[in-house]
Design a protein around this ligand. Structure first.
Ligand code: C2E
Ligand code: CA
Ligand code: CA
Length: 535
């Protein structure tokens, strides 16, 4: 049984604890949630009192800090971590980078960085295997000092992590000013509440890191939902009870041996040469997106007409026909390229995706402007699906495919049809357009004028039958035609006596198909035959 020591006892027993190894490390592994592999670990201080048992940092760290001796324990932790890495390397045990914690107290010690570096060299641990965590609160009242400490670590080649990001203290501003390589985002600061205020904080953090291109490790991940959510917004690295509690050295070593861990070179590379393309995490989003569709992909936020691109991959930009970087693309207003009609179609599709929870698709035209080529129009087919939600804000991923070429062909067909219809205004021809999916019919101007039709008829051909344009004895045949159109009949023709006067017309349908061979529209026409009267 443990008994929590008093502040006085901590202080009295500190020297003894430090020199006898009662202060030591537990290790909490970090994982890539997309692969399940271990990517690193954090060394967490523990104090095993020989009489009163295991003591926790939340109790003794404030006491040590207040008395300006935390510094000594922190240095000890750096030493323990280096010693551990040395042991692993000497015994053929796989290694992952280990982070140790730096406190405010350390920043004011002028030789802290040098001391850590001396220890690292003493144990001959490669710099990539040791990382340092500092909290945003350590910057309070001394931004310049913290910056200079970070710089010193960088000069030696250390990866510096911003701990407890999102704990409240002007986090976003601090990020701009401090040159950290990794952000540790503790989900406890958003109460694991992805749907509420937490989602909003997460959103701002993701926005911020989007600008800064800084990878995130999510801490305090306790549920699979939290891990999945982080993954869905492109942040795969997790540390928390879901995978493992902090464990004693021996147990951690067993995990290292047992777990197939990720090549540290790869994870370091992610940190070292971080650019927009790599920010698009190959692992998670590949599984999410590229398995289903090879091409351009984007993730954006959508909230009542507001759309904000979070990430696009390189193919997305090129697919749309642009020659700019992903970052430049993201920085632009995404609606910039849409005309009002396309925007409406796009937003309707988003609404459908939100309602259905399924993948929805639309084709929209975008207008591109470039200095060299002037104005150009491209047609983009978008497949979209909602992958996350925070209050009334949705996170949507979109896959894009440039279908301008195919569309041009349709446009040409449609255009010639339009011309034809225009010409028919001068002849004895009535024309209409029948939308196969919606069963809507749009009549030509002559139909509207001569037959008194509205510009749009729903549930076609029923209205034409009930109005008597198609007489009762031809009603079933005409209905049958529309069923056949739906099944992909390319062409229909018959002589039909129209209206109550039974005036003979040659009625024709020509069907338009999409590139998959599915019927989209049928163009109808009725041509007057003067010389025959059909009984
Ligand atoms: P921290 O640096 O943010 O460390 C993470 C804390 O979250 C650890 O608590 C860890 O046990 C806990 N944790 C990890 N996963 C989960 C989870 O899924 N759910 C919950 N609820 N908690 C989780 P711990 O070990 O008690 O350490 C508390 C704090 O004490 C640390 O927070 C750090 O600020 C400080 N600390 C620990 N070791 C050191 C050290 O060597 N030096 C300094 N200066 N501070 C240290
Ligand atoms: Ca920490
Ligand atoms: Ca933390």
């Amino acid at each position: 049984m443990s008994r929590r020591l008093t502040a006085k006892e901590f202080l009295e027993r500190f020297d003894d604890a430090l020199s006898n190894g009662y202060i030591f490390a537990y290790y909490q592994p970090q994982y890539n949630h997309a692969t399940g592999r271990m990517t690193g670990a954090e060394a967490l201080m523990r104090w095993q009192d020989p009489v009163d048992g295991l003591q926790y940092p939340s109790d003794f760290i404030p006491v040590l800090e207040e008395n300006d001796i935390l510094y000594r324990a922190d240095i000890q932790m750096a030493r323990i971590a280096c010693k551990f890495q040395r042991y692993c390397m000497d015994n053929g045990i796989p290694t992952v980078p280990i982070s140790f914690n730096m406190s405010r107290n350390d920043i004011y010690k002028h030789d802290y960085v040098e001391e850590v570096e001396r220890i690292r060299q003493e144990y001959e641990v490669p710099v990539r295997l040791i990382r340092v965590e500092l909290t945003e609160t350590s910057a309070i009242g001394g931004m310049e000092l913290v910056s200079s400490v970070i710089k010193k670590f960088h000069d030696y080649g250390y990866v510096v992590e911003m701990d407890d990001f999102g704990s409240g203290y002007s986090s976003l501003n601090i990020l701009k000013d401090l040159d950290v390589d990794v952000i540790k985002l503790d989900l406890k600061f958003i109460n694991g509440d992805i749907g509420g205020r937490g989602g909003i904080i997460l959103r701002s953090i993701v926005q911020m890191t989007k600008w800064l291109r800084t990878p995130i490790i999510a801490e305090g991940v306790e549920t699979i939902e939290q891990a999945e959510f982080m993954k869905s917004i492109g942040s795969n690295y997790v540390q928390g009870y879901l995978y493992s509690k902090p464990v004693p050295e021996k147990e951690f070593m067993e995990k290292l041996i047992a777990t197939q861990h990720e090549a540290t070179a790869a994870s370091l590379k992610l940190v070292d040469t971080f650019d927009a393309e790599k920010f698009w995490d190959p692992e998670s989003l590949e599984t999410l997106i590229f398995n289903q569709f090879v091409g351009g992909a984007a993730i954006f936020f959508y909230k009542r007409g507001e759309m904000e691109l979070i990430r696009v991959n390189h193919k997305y930009v090129t697919e749309i026909g642009m020659n700019i970087s992903e970052k430049d693309f993201i920085d632009k207003n995404p609606w910039k390229y849409f005309d009002p009609q396309s925007r409406t179609i796009y937003e309707q599709t988003i609404t459908r995706a939100i309602e259905s929870g399924e993948e929805e698709r639309c084709d929209t035209w975008r207008v591109l402007n470039s200095k060299c080529c002037g104005e150009d129009r491209v047609c983009i087919r978008t497949f979209m699906r909602v992958i996350g939600r925070a209050e009334d804000q949705y996170i949507i991923y979109a896959l894009v495919h440039n279908v301008t070429k195919e569309k041009m062909n349709y446009e040409e067909v449609a255009e010639s049809e339009r011309r034809f219809r225009h010409a028919s205004e001068h002849a004895n021809i009535y024309a209409w357009e029948y939308d196969i999916a919606t069963r809507e019919m749009r009549p030509c101007f002559r139909c509207i004028r001569d037959l008194g039709l509205p510009p749009l008829l729903k549930d076609y051909p029923e209205p034409a039958i009930s109005m008597g344009i198609f007489p009762p004895d031809y009603a079933d045949m005409y209905r049958e035609w529309h069923r056949r159109l739906e099944e992909g009949e390319p062409f229909l023709e018959a002589v039909i006596p129209l209206t109550r006067e039974r005036v003979p017309f040659i009625v024709r349908y020509t069907t338009e198909f999409d590139e998959n061979g599915n019927p989209i529209k049928a163009y109808g026409s009725a041509t007057y035959i003067e010389e025959r009267v059909v009984e």
